[in-house]
Write a protein that binds this ligand. Structure first.
Ligand SMILES: *Cc1c(COP(=O)(O)O)cnc(C)c1O
Length: 380
């Protein structure tokens, strides 16, 4: 089958920065020629942090070098370390487990819910021991984790709640923005994420000003702002770039429209795919509350055949996590012998992410939906 070039549907927008190219080059020039010659943690980073803080009504927003680094900073700021346990989802990305291990603590893997693909609060609750210091759910493929239940769980056991909201910037559940449910959350700005930028970066967001101040210390080798070579705690290098700060500040006004376009595309997919559930293709649960459309993920019994069928029609798809975290060699020693995570294993086998980015045209979106529906008809 030949593919009409109009209908090639890339997974990530190839022209992500096209509309902002002149602004980007202008900022490079401005920062490059600024007599101040300050390229990290300057006034542009401070302005970017202040803008996000005001918009989120957070106590603090601390820009740092990546989403992964943001998770590590939060765990360190909470004094999590050797002998402690942190409950993380079994179906997720490596930084969730690796950031815990990096502090010297032990990740404890909880299974996921089969519908939302986020950590199951009931299973997480059964894994709490006297050593548990924190629970760290992650918002995932279109749906935020069940934060009201995790808030309740953390309160009941007197443990900390850390939100891996790396992909959920702009998501809101019951009026509370993703990242502000627990002690702290994070956003990632790596290119592919919803507010991705041309480089690496992230932020810690928190309602706790004291925790924010501690993260600020830790991100720059334990030095209080403005006091070089005065190390109060052992920190790391997780600083933020001035060019990126100015660029992200410049682009922030159009971020809501991009999210809205993603949400519209997702709603259209969910409407088209709702009747396919008894034909082996299950869309995410329909709702607008607590959604984050970094990716749009369906569960399909013939997942690999569906991916091949879409590829023939020029549609790029992604299998994010082909294996649950405890199945990786890197994390196997943290998996109790004989333990299984049946729902994480099933999600790894069945999930497929479809293009949902804001630069897709209506024709591309309809093409994706048509091809998915055609596959379901043919395999009914
Ligand atoms: C991308 C991602 C991270 C890490 O962010 P980086 O900026 O790539 O370090 C953490 N958690 C989740 C769920 C992510 O998707």
């Amino acid at each position: 089958m030949t593919v009409a070039p109009d209908f090639a549907v890339p997974f990530f927008p190839p022209g992500l920065f096209d509309a902002d190219r002149a602004a980007l080059l202008g900022i490079v020039r401005e920062v490059g020629l600024d007599p101040e010659q300050r390229f990290i943690l300057g006034r542009r980073t401070a302005a970017f942090e202040a803008m996000l803080r005001a918009d989120l009504e957070a106590a603090d927003v601390v820009a740092c070098s990546s989403g992964t680094s943001a998770l590590s900073l939060v765990l360190r700021a909470l004094d999590i370390g050797p002998g402690d346990e942190v409950i993380v989802p079994a179906f997720a990305c490596a930084p969730l487990a690796a950031s815990v291990i990096g502090t010297g603590a032990t990740p404890v893997f909880a299974d996921i819910r089969p519908d939302t693909l986020t950590m199951d609060p009931d299973h997480a609750g059964r894994l709490v021991t006297p050593r548990t210091r924190a629970v760290m759910p992650a918002h995932m493929f279109s749906v935020m984790a069940d934060m009201p239940r995790f808030t309740e769980l953390a309160r009941r056991h007197g443990i900390r709640l850390v939100e891996d909201s790396a992909v959920a910037q702009g998501g809101v559940l019951r009026g509370v923005p993703a990242g502000l449910w627990g002690e702290a959350g994070v956003y990632s700005f790596v290119q592919v994420k919803t507010f991705g930028m041309p480089g690496e970066g992230g932020v810690v967001v928190t309602r706790d000003a004291e925790l924010g101040a501690k993260v600020r210390l830790l991100r720059n080798h334990g030095q209080p702002p403005g006091q070089r070579f005065l190390h109060q705690v052992i920190g790391i290098n997780s600083r933020f770039d001035e060019i990126q700060a100015a660029f992200q500040t410049h682009r922030y006004a159009e971020f809501p429209a991009r999210l809205e376009r993603r949400a519209q595309i997702a709603a259209y997919y969910t409407e088209r795919f709702a009747p396919l559930a008894d034909r082996g293709i299950v869309p995410p649960p329909p709702d607008r509350d607590g959604r984050c459309f970094y990716v749009y993920t369906v569960l399909a019994s013939g997942r690999d055949a569906l991916a091949a069928h879409l590829a023939e029609s020029g549609i790029a798809t992604h299998v994010y996590y082909p294996h649950p975290l405890p199945a990786h060699r890197a994390f196997a020693s943290y998996a109790p012998p004989g333990a299984r995570w049946p729902r994480a294993e099933e999600a790894a086998r069945r999930h497929l992410a479809l293009p949902v980015h804001h630069l897709l045209t209506d024709a591309q979106v309809e093409h994706v939906a048509d091809r998915v529906c055609a596959f379901a008809e043919a395999h009914a």
